[in-house]
Design a protein around this ligand. Structure first.
Ligand code: 13P
Length: 234
């Protein structure tokens, strides 16, 4: 990567981090973010508030765990490294302690298909990974397990992880996971809600697979196809 491209990526990461805070999914020095940059990856520094963070504070790491930069990498570099190494379908790992996702995570609850939007994470559930101390290899192993076939998971008694092909998509998903978590917590106050069938979720997932959500082409036999006015008149 050229120096200019590297600076632009670091600046984009700072922007996404600040938006994690302004969207309400993160606060203080919790949370971290990484971005694949070919053979290496960029990761946020440990324990630095996002409003104080500059592009030069972002750390460059190799997949062998060595790093270069004026700051130490996030204490969670292991799960960032392991997820980026295992999941070639994504380029960004976002972690935060958003309130409602973490509320479910402290109870080790998996989010079921109580609402079709559970499907945004790529399956019929958003799993909760087993607890392990922050920054450990065990936490990384549990996170990878919970992310099998998914783009997001909760971390037991800790927070959430959302993945994306790019920075914007990872932030979008982090906010969606928080929203669906909030809905679930709210729904639970009236008792455990009913679950959509696997057959219905298969339809939803097929539709979402052809994302962007809402922009997906209608599925034959599933949607009442809306047509632009001109085509309808013809
Ligand atoms: P870092 O500041 O080291 O990234 O740690 C924050 C955190 O959320 C740990 O899980």
């Amino acid at each position: 990567m050229t120096e200019t491209a590297s600076h632009a990526s670091r600046a984009d990461m700072v922007d996404i981090c600040r938006r994690m805070n302004s969207s309400g999914i993160n606060q203080g020095t919790a949370g971290n973010l990484s971005l694949r940059t070919g053979d290496t990856f960029l990761i946020t520094p440990s324990s630095l508030a996002y409003d104080k963070m500059e592009p030069e504070d972002i750390v460059e790491m190799d997949f062998d765990g060595t790093y270069e930069g004026r700051r130490r990498p996030s204490s969670e570099w292991r799960f960032h490294r392991d997820i980026l190494a295992a999941r070639k379908d994504i380029n960004v790992v976002l972690h935060c302690h958003s309130i409602y996702a973490t509320t479910l995570a402290v109870h080790h609850k998996t989010i079921p298909s109580f609402h079709y939007m559970t499907g945004v994470a790529g399956g019929t559930t958003i799993r909760c990974a087993k607890y392990a101390t922050f920054g450990t290899q065990a936490l990384s192993d549990y996170a990878l397990e919970a992310l099998e076939g998914r783009l997001a998971c909760l971390l037991g008694q800790h927070g959430q992880i959302s993945l994306g092909a790019d920075l914007e998509k990872a932030l979008w998903l982090g906010i969606e996971v928080e929203t669906i978590s909030r809905l679930y917590v709210q729904a639970l106050t009236l008792g455990e809600p009913p679950i959509l069938s696997d057959e219905e979720m298969a339809r939803v997932l097929k539709q979402m697979d052809q994302m962007s959500y809402g922009q997906a082409p209608d599925l034959e036999g599933v949607n009442d196809t809306a047509r632009p006015r001109q085509a309808a008149d013809a």
